[in-house]
Design a protein around this ligand. Structure first.
Ligand SMILES: C[S@@+](CC[C@H](N)C(=O)[O-])C[C@H]1O[C@@H](n2cnc3c(N)ncnc32)[C@H](O)[C@@H]1O
Length: 117
């Protein structure tokens, strides 16, 4: 599965038991600093099924992710799309990487600037 804009890898501890021993996580982020912290977390926990990839979500390709079957089973993006100016095209691009029946989960925040607080 893909954890898009994985940051420091906070999601990994929740994902690990969910994907099981045969599952794998590809965590992508364009920040080397975030990925360094993610790598530290992965090493601390001894997760051998996590691969980290420095990539810009706006230009991410399936070739970069190097998927064994060419398509993703799952995509997760938490608090990532809202910080990407072209989030619609990022969503479209990564949604199209899913295999038929695959699932995409996104969690994010949006503050309505018109509320006035
Ligand atoms: C608020 S953090 C969320 C991190 C993580 N998903 C979480 O829930 O803890 C947003 C992340 O998006 C990454 N990011 C922002 N724009 C990006 C882009 N165009 N491509 C890849 N990563 C991006 C940032 O580097 C940062 O790690």
């Amino acid at each position: 599965m893909l954890d898009l804009a994985c940051g420091t890898g906070l999601n990994f501890a929740l994902l690990e038991p969910a994907i099981g021993p045969t599952g794998a996580i590809v965590g992508t982020d364009y920040s080397s600093g975030m990925l360094a912290r993610a790598a530290h977390r992965v090493a601390q926990h001894g997760w051998s099924n996590v691969r980290l990839l420095q990539a810009d979500a706006r230009t991410l390709t399936t070739e970069q992710i190097a998927l064994p079957h060419g398509r993703l089973h799952r995509v997760l993006c938490t608090l990532g799309l809202s910080v990407m100016p072209e989030w619609e095209s990022v969503f479209q691009r990564t949604f199209e990487m899913l295999e038929p029946g695959g699932r995409y989960a996104a969690k994010d925040l949006y503050i309505d600037q018109g509320v006035g607080y």
